[in-house]
Structure formats: C-alpha cells, structure tokens
Design a protein around this ligand. Structure first.
Ligand code: PMP
Ligand code: PLP
Length: 498
C-alpha cells in the first residue's frame, strides 16, 4: 500500500513561528564538514582546543541476563566498554561513533546523524507510520519539546485542551505564556471522547477554538490512567473534525506492564519475553494512527535511561519539524554533544534488539514495583467504600481516590469543601512521615474569554479528591513502609476502626 504525504498545518502556527526567519548562518554550516571547503564563515572554535581527547563509559551488555539493575563487573562478559575519541578512526565493520570533534562542535542542530538513525529505526519498529514524510528531531527531553511546541503553535490568549488533571509543569509552562488550559474530563481509561466532542461541539463561537490537545496517553501523570486504543481512534477523529493538533507526551510509554492480578499465586512469571510479543503488547500510539501529520509525539530517554541525559526526540511531519528546528537553532541549538555521543555509542552497540531487551527488563522491574504497591495498598489502606485505588497498567504513578464527603467532619470543620479535607490529609500523611501529593496540584482549570458554556465545565465527581504517589523512586522495602504510613494516616484522619 502506498501512503500519502502529510498536510500543511501552518494555519495553526503562532505569530512567532510565522515571523521567524531561518538564521542565515545555519544555511551554510553543513559546508563545515566538506573537506573541499576552507570554512572561514562561522565562529567555530578549533576542536584541537576541546580539552577532551577520549571519553570512556561502562554500561551493561545485552541481553542483561542479571537484570537491568545489576552492577557491571568491568569484565567483557557483562560490560560494554565504550571509548569515544576526539577524532574517531573507525575500521571496517566497527560501530560508527560520533567523534568528539563533531559532537562538541556547532552544527547538526537536528541531532547527530548516528543518533537520529537509531531513533528513526526504533520509531519505525514501534509505530508503523501512515504518511511518508515523517522524521525525528533531537530535543533536550519532553520538558523542552513541550515548551517549543507551545511557542510553535500558540499566541498569548490562545486556548489548548488537556486532561483535567495533568503534569503541573506542562500546565504552568502554558499559563506562563498566557495560554489557557481548558480541562477535558478523564477516567481510568484516559480522556472521555464523548465529553471532548461535546465540549468542542458546544464551543462558544466568540472564542478562538483550541489549537492543541496536550495528552499523556500512557501512565498519565498524575492519574496513572492509560488511554485505550479505541478512545485514541475516536479522539483522532474529533481532532480532524475540529481541526486541532494532538501532542502526545509519552515519557512513560515503555513503562507498560502486565494487568495487575490480585492473587500472587495466579501471577504469570514472565508474560513478555520475545521482542515480537513485547512490541505487540504495547499500546497503539496517536502517531501510528495519524494519516495527516496532525500528531506530534514527544519521546524522551528520561524514564528509560536517565533524566539527566537530557535527551529526547520529537516525531512528526518534516514540514512541522522544520519549524521546530528553526526555533531550536535560536534556543537550545541541540542536545549536549557528550550526551548524544554517549547515548548513540551505547545504543548503536546494543542494537535495536539490545535496546528492546533493556525495555523488556524495565517492564519486569516496574511490574514488580506496581505489584508490591498494589498489594501493600490493599493490605494497609482502610478497606472502606470511600477510599479507592485502581491498579495502573503503565507509568510510575498510583492514585488514592477519596470521597471527601465521607470525612466525619466534612460539613463541620471543613465547611463541605473537599479541598480543605485534601489539605488536612496532606498534612496528616507528612506528620506520619511519608509524602504523597494532592491531586489539586495538577488541576487544569483555564477558560476562554468569553467563557465556555457551564455544562462544558461540570466536574463529574465534585467531592472526589485524590493523591498521587509513585513506586518508582524508592526500593521495595521503603515503598512498603511508606504505604503502611499512608494507611495509618488515613485510619486516623477518617477515624476508621481497625
Ligand atoms: N551569543 C553570541 C554573541 C555569540 O556569538 C554566540 C556564538 N556564536 C552565541 C550567543 C551562542 O552561544 P552558545 O554556544 O553558548 O549558545
Ligand atoms: N512530561 C511528563 C508528562 C512528565 O511526567 C515528565 C517528567 O516528570 C516530563 C514530561 C519531563 O520529561 P523530560 O525529562 O523528558 O523533560
């Protein structure tokens, strides 16, 4: 089957993007690499003066038989020793590294070719693409990609849509640019398409329509929900109908797990071991449904390698990525050269298969952490109808959902205000020596001027509050001890008898 080209979405661009001229110096930078050109055109320092001649790194070797967290011995049977040189001399058959003289120089704002080719191949394996002119662009992680996205598309006073509870830093990044973040209701399966469609069908025609939907489909932060594949198709249809761009911010995509089974005796040992099974087990992405170039996918190594590598990539149509590149040329330029060369050197040696082994290893680790968390929550939390937990199927977060009106002092001490109960519980859990964070910190509640109809803003469960916790940050024994303390705090606060 032949696939078509992406559409032009420049009518949705910000004034800033429309006004941005490409830097003329960047139009000739590629000639710096041309051996036939004596390049006197740019302020590039000579690599002889870069004070690193060789950078060495040890990392584990696929297939990571001892588990992905096992320390490396330094011996050849479990350790990959990578040595990057300033001037790489590669022999035939050896892995092509990014020489430090190039990685640490200006140029290649789109990312170094050795990194991009790995990421492109990986993307094509995981997300079968439905249009021909797609590409990837290196970023400094999804925080940076989202900030760039807002600037590419939005003007002050514009409105975007987001899950009613969303990653606070993403909401605040938008609000700081004068952009309204209009909430879309979600449940444990993510955004509810019918509600989204209703909001847009009833959109106040005096206000400009939203240009973007910002969504965290997998292991949503903060609710831990995962958007079902069926809903994604519906939401894509609504995006076409109402002409907005979908931004999928997917740092947790590879933290997808087996469904939680309450009875430990019935849990399967390893449900996913082959690469084929693994790829098949993954949620369908928005980018893989996209036939028009209407989706931008923000991917990051933060949660699968390390946050401090500050490296990610954006997948989208070449047309739109060109405008991101022009913005990057004036902001980040490109991710750090050390990062790109170390990560590309490691991944190109692991190979696509080795990287899948790593991701499968990660899945097993998170499965275990999620299981321990859920077991502990069922064991330690008061088993009462007004406190609910739902086992996440992806990501790092679990939530404890509470009907605040069940608090014995709801109407008296707390004046029937759920947010006051939320604050009291927050204080109480800290008193018990553990930290989980209130859902209200993640609430999107922007509106347009003039406002949207009241029924578009109805809260489905106004007395429900929730707390977000993570099982990612501490070892299992500490995790269990922490959840026990949460349980004790809730027994106390709600005066539940044990
Ligand atoms: N400002 C000025 C005046 C410059 O000449 C340059 C580099 N040519 C830059 C900023 C870019 O600096 P950096 O590499 O630190 O982003
Ligand atoms: N987006 C979401 C939804 C997140 O939860 C996080 C991490 O906390 C980020 C982005 C940040 O990602 P990065 O480290 O790639 O900037």
């Amino acid at each position: 089957m032949t696939i078509g080209e992406s559409k032009d979405f420049s009518h949705l661009y910000s004034d800033e993007t429309k006004a941005r001229k490409p830097s003329p110096l960047k139009t000739c930078i590629h000639l710096f690499q041309d051996p036939n050109i004596i390049f006197l055109g740019g302020g590039l320092p000579m690599s002889d003066y870069f004070p690193w001649d060789r950078v060495q790194a040890d990392s584990p070797l696929p297939p990571f038989n001892k588990g992905i967290g096992a320390p490396v011995s330094g011996e050849a049977d479990d350790t990959l020793r990578l040595a990057l040189r300033k001037n790489e001399i590669t022999k035939a058959g050896e892995t092509q590294d990014i020489p430090l003289s190039r990685a640490l120089q200006y140029g290649f704002s789109q990312g170094q070719p050795e990194l991009l080719s790995f990421v492109r191949e990986h993307t094509a394996m995981i997300h079968p693409m439905q249009y021909s002119d797609w590409d990837v662009l290196a970023s400094v992680g999804n925080t940076n990609s989202w900030e760039s996205t807002l600037r590419i598309f939005c003007n002050r006073g514009d409105t975007i849509l987001a899950e009613a509870y969303s990653f606070s830093s993403s909401i605040y990044a938008a609000e700081a640019q004068g952009i309204n973040v209009f909430p879309v209701p979600l449940d444990e399966f993510g955004i509810i398409p019918e509600k989204l469609e209703k909001i847009l069908d009833n959109w106040n025609p005096e206000a400009a329509k939203p240009k973007l939907l910002y969504t965290i489909p997998t292991g949503q932060n903060p609710t831990g929900s995962t958007l079902s594949d069926d809903r994604k198709a519906e939401i894509y249809r609504i995006a076409q109908k109402h002409d907005f761009i979908i931004i999928e911010d997917e740092p947790y995509y590879f933290l997808q797990m087996d469904p939680y089974v309450k009875d430990p005796a019935k849990r399967a040992e390893k449900t996913v071991s082959s690469h084929e099974d693994f790829i098949k087990s993954l949620a369908k992405s928005f980018i893989s449904l996209d036939t028009e170039g209407r989706v931008l996918r923000l991917d990051s190594f933060s949660k699968v390698l390390a946050p401090g590598v500050r490296l990610g990539w954006i997948v989208g149509s070449k047309k739109i990525l060109t405008d991101y590149l022009r913005l990057h040329e004036m902001t980040i330029q490109c991710p750090s050269g050390f990062t790109q060369s170390l990560v590309a050197g490691t991944l190109n040696r692991w190979g696509q298969d080795g990287y899948l082994d790593w991701l499968i290893g990660l899945r097993h680790e998170y499965n275990e952490k999620r299981n321990v968390t859920m077991d502990a929550l069922y064991k330690y939390l008061p088993q009462v109808p007004f406190i609910k937990v739902s086992p996440p199927s992806a990501g790092m977060f679990f939530t404890i959902n509470i009907d605040a009106s069940a608090h014995p002092e709801f109407a008296t001490k707390y004046q029937s205000k759920p947010e006051l109960v939320e604050q009291a519980i927050y204080d109480k859990v800290i008193e018990h020596g553990v930290l989980i964070v209130p859902g209200v910190w993640f609430k999107a509640n922007g509106d347009t001027q003039p406002p949207q109809p009241a029924e578009s803003k109805v809260d489905v469960a106004p007395n429900e509050i929730f707390f977000r916790g993570t099982y990612a940050a501490v070892p299992l024994d500490k995790l269990q001890a922490g959840l026990k303390r949460v349980g004790e705090a809730l027994y106390d606060e709600f005066a539940v008898t044990r």
